[in-house]
Design a protein around this ligand. Structure first.
Ligand code: PMP
Length: 362
């Protein structure tokens, strides 16, 4: 990545995760541009929409239909509406600090004028099975759905992987209540498993929300669901002018193929592991409790001695000055365009930065 002043960076934010096979990937760009030349947003959806839906349905176990939208927020908001329509109930549950989009029901805007949308969203600490069970018990007969992410990726905090029984318990509680389990896989998408990142942790959802890296940065997200929800999904009016745009669908198909060709989930994990081991060792050599949390393909660095993240800010700023772009508060993303050499350079620069921080020079 080059900034406006011509400085070059190895980028670990990757367009907030939307880049999976790398900026300017030729196969994805060619598929996108060629579709634009032959017609992108027309009167009707292109047959390509069916091709993509079938490709995804055959990839993601349990799904039998897909609705294509633009942003992740469209998909999660649609999942909430569909859950309410299907169950006739109003409440939804979501983990504290989980991000499901920027609509009024899930956004973090503090205005009381908007808060009534959030009155029906109840929160629990991620991974706390007892707290979740209590919420279900206290609101028996009123819960339309439970929103979960495959693992917990809050901003500003170390990432949390689910315990061995977490997703099983969530499934059981939803079944007992007759609530739908919505998997918000928008952030991790296919980065942790070819069948959707939730499979890495054995989750069994009813509805799946995906987006971000689906088409390597082209605008498309989606809601998928189990067969028995298809009727409810087609029973209420939804639409968007750009939802049927074909170019991002061509990009999504090319992106899935490219991901496999470039080594897929396994390669992302290998690169992520190399980064994790290198950074933690470099930190520890200079006396820092620098710790990578989250799956290696979607890492985040925190300092044990500084939960307020001031060290993250110093580290991020000093790394940026040395050509490595890292977000100090938000998880990072490995892409298939990263190389072992990039990881090596990153770790080398991190050593310089840890040394400089130790000596008060950064
Ligand atoms: N859910 C999760 C888990 C996300 O990470 C995001 C985006 N950061 C969203 C929903 C919302 O997606 P979008 O920004 O495309 O609306």
């Amino acid at each position: 990545m080059w900034d406006a002043d011509g400085n070059e960076y190895i980028d670990y934010l990757c367009g907030y995760g939307s880049q999976l096979v790398g900026y300017g990937n030729e196969a994805v760009d060619e598929a996108t541009c060629s579709r634009i030349r032959s017609g992108d947003l027309l009167d009707q959806p292109a047959p390509l929409m069916i091709e993509l839906a079938e490709k995804l349905v055959s990839r993601i176990e349990g799904t039998s239909w897909a609705v294509f939208v633009k942003n992740g927020t469209d998909a999660t908001t649609l999942a909430l509406s569909l859950s309410r329509v299907r169950t006739g109930k109003a409440l939804a549950l979501a983990a504290e600090g989980a991000y499901h989009g920027a609509a009024n029901w899930c956004g973090t805007n503090p205005f009381p004028e908007l808060a009534f949308e959030r009155d029906r969203i109840l929160t629990f600490p991620y991974g706390d099975e007892e707290a979740l069970g209590r919420l279900f018990a206290e609101h028996r007969g009123q819960i339309a759905c439970l929103f979960l992410t495959p693992y917990h990726h809050p901003t500003y905090k170390p990432q949390v992987l689910p315990g061995p029984s977490w997703h099983r318990t969530a499934r059981r509680l939803c079944d007992e209540e007759g609530a739908l389990l919505v998997m918000d896989d928008i952030r991790a998408n296919f980065r942790l498993h070819e069948g959707g990142s939730h499979l890495r942790f054995g989750a069994k959802p009813d509805l799946w929300c995906m987006g971000k890296a689906l088409a390597n940065g082209q605008p498309i997200s989606l809601l998928m669901g189990r067969g028995e929800l298809m009727k409810a999904a087609s029973s209420f009016f939804i639409t968007g002018t750009y939802w049927t745009s074909a170019a991002p669908m061509a990009a999504a198909i090319a992106c899935l193929d490219e991901m496999e060709r470039l080594g897929g989930v396994k390669r992302l994990e290998e690169l992520g592991n190399a980064l994790r081991v290198g950074l933690e060792a470099a930190g520890s050599d200079y006396g820092f409790g620098a710790r990578i949390s989250g799956p290696p393909a979607i890492p985040f660095l925190t300092f044990d001695e500084d939960p307020m993240l001031y060290l993250n800010q110093r580290f991020g700023a000093a790394m940026a000055r040395r050509g490595v772009f890292l977000h100090p508060h938000h998880n990072w993303f490995i892409s298939l365009a990263h190389s072992e050499e990039d990881i090596g350079v990153t770790v080398e620069r991190a050593r310089e930065v840890f040394a400089a921080m130790r000596e008060g020079r950064a």
